[in-house]
Design a protein around this ligand. Structure first.
Ligand SMILES: [Mn+2]
Length: 424
């Protein structure tokens, strides 16, 4: 299914008058509004191929129907999102779930939908049917060199796939760790992992980056070999200039100060990418901004401040990706909500009066510091985000139009009710 321009125009026309009124007010309140809109138009968030189907939990999975059955249909789905919000112009693939059969055809399909290929994701957290050795006790950390080599070869193969598609980054998330005290020699596990990553790093093309993603726990529940940002930063520093830390919002212990982590990684030039989601308890993979919107804003506040301090381009300097997966929502509606929440937080962070904040910090005026941050956070920026979307041909209200056009019903009638997205 494709959404046609006339359908978006018809939807927008009905909402123009009300939007204009709200936008004029927002513009009158914010002197920087045009500068902000320029940045919003450039800012694109990659959609992970695995978020397009119902994710499920370890207890069950409740398919919503019409899920993409192939890489082509996944690209089609991200194309639908991008058509609606004009902010989802990239797809992040997972290998071996998304191996193309015809690279040129896949590339031209992506181009047709205005999409590029974001970071490639390797998978050594589960065994594939044709796999010789098992990852039950880890992959890059494994005590057996043969298992490590298999995992290294897989990652190099993912780089090769990414090169063929025009991607320029590899994300390595490892389930490696241990479930019980004594199971693992921490130092040996670290060193094995580092040596394995060094071999993968050596296979990176010149302009490529490797993102080392950390996670505090799960599926291993006693130790994780890339468990936190300190461990990830150690690997990234030892590997070299093409290696960076990737922050996934759901991969911290409860109440971690993620904004401070982000700030220091940026200071060190080692923040490479971001996985957006939200959570209340653990790695809940909920819609971005659905649980802790103030935290999302505070993170963006540090991102904007840190990127500006280093002269990093907001849109291209870091890898921006969603990493979420749902059991109860239509995955496409959920992704539209996530992108909207991210754009709202980014906009609010752009509105922070940085000069005033610097002065207030310098004067230890704690009350004023809070006022400045919360003034930006409490600004209703939805009309600004909407204006950026309208100027690039997106829909005024993406979820509303998605429902109005009966996109899900359409996908179900095309693909069937009982479909399973590859990899889920
Ligand atoms: Mn992630």
């Amino acid at each position: 299914m494709e959404i046609e321009k006339y359908q978006i125009d018809a939807h927008n026309e009905k909402l123009t008058a009300a939007h204009q009124q709200r936008f004029s007010f927002a513009a009158s309140e914010n002197a920087k509004v045009e500068e902000v809109i320029t940045k919003l138009i450039k800012f694109q968030i990659a959609i992970p191929s695995w978020a397009l189907g119902t994710g499920g939990t370890r207890f069950g999975r409740f398919s919503g129907g019409g899920e993409p059955r192939s890489l082509e249909e996944k690209i089609e789905d991200v194309g639908l999102l991008h058509k609606l919000n004009q902010s989802s112009g990239a797809i992040s693939l997972h290998i071996p779930w998304d191996i193309p059969t015809d690279y040129d055809a896949i590339k031209s399909l992506a181009t047709h939908h205005g999409l590029r290929f974001d970071a490639m994701n390797s998978n050594t957290f589960q065994d594939q049917a044709d796999q010789k050795l098992s990852y039950k006790f880890g992959s890059l950390q494994h005590v057996d060199k043969g298992v490590r080599q298999q995992a290294i070869d897989h990652n190099i193969e993912v780089i090769r796939q990414g090169v063929a598609l025009g991607s320029d980054a590899l994300t390595v998330w490892l389930a490696d760790g241990s479930c019980f005290p004594g199971q693992l020699n921490f130092r040996k596990a670290f060193q094995n992992t580092l040596e394995s990553l060094e071999e993968i790093y050596a296979a990176l093309p010149d302009a490529w980056k490797v993102f080392v993603e950390y996670k505090a726990f799960e599926p291993n529940f006693y130790s994780t070999t890339v468990g936190d940002w300190g461990q990830s930063l150690l690997y990234a520093s030892k590997l070299g200039p093409k290696a960076y830390t990737l922050v996934d919002l759901g991969h911290h212990l409860p109440n971690a100060n993620i904004e401070q982590i982000v700030s220091l990684l940026l200071m060190e030039g080692k923040l490479g990418g971001f996985h957006f989601n939200d959570s209340k308890y653990g790695d809940d993979d909920l819609t971005a901004g659905s649980m802790k919107p103030y935290q999302l804003f505070l993170i963006f506040n540090e991102l904007v401040e840190g990127m500006d301090a280093k002269g990093i381009d907001h849109a291209t300097g870091l890898g921006w990706m969603i990493d979420a997966s749902h059991n109860v929502k239509d995955p496409l509606e959920d992704l539209l909500q996530s992108v909207e929440a991210i754009m709202i937080s980014y906009t609010q962070a752009l509105l922070v009066d940085r000069e005033a904040l610097n002065i207030a910090q310098q004067e230890n005026d704690v009350v004023r510091c809070q006022e400045i941050l919360q003034d930006a956070f409490r600004t209703d920026v939805r009309a600004i985000v909407q204006e950026a979307r309208l100027r690039t041909g997106g829909a005024a209200q993406p979820v509303q139009l998605y429902r109005g056009l009966k996109v899900r019903e359409n996908l179900i009638s095309n693909r069937g009710l009982k479909t399973v997205a590859t990899g889920l």
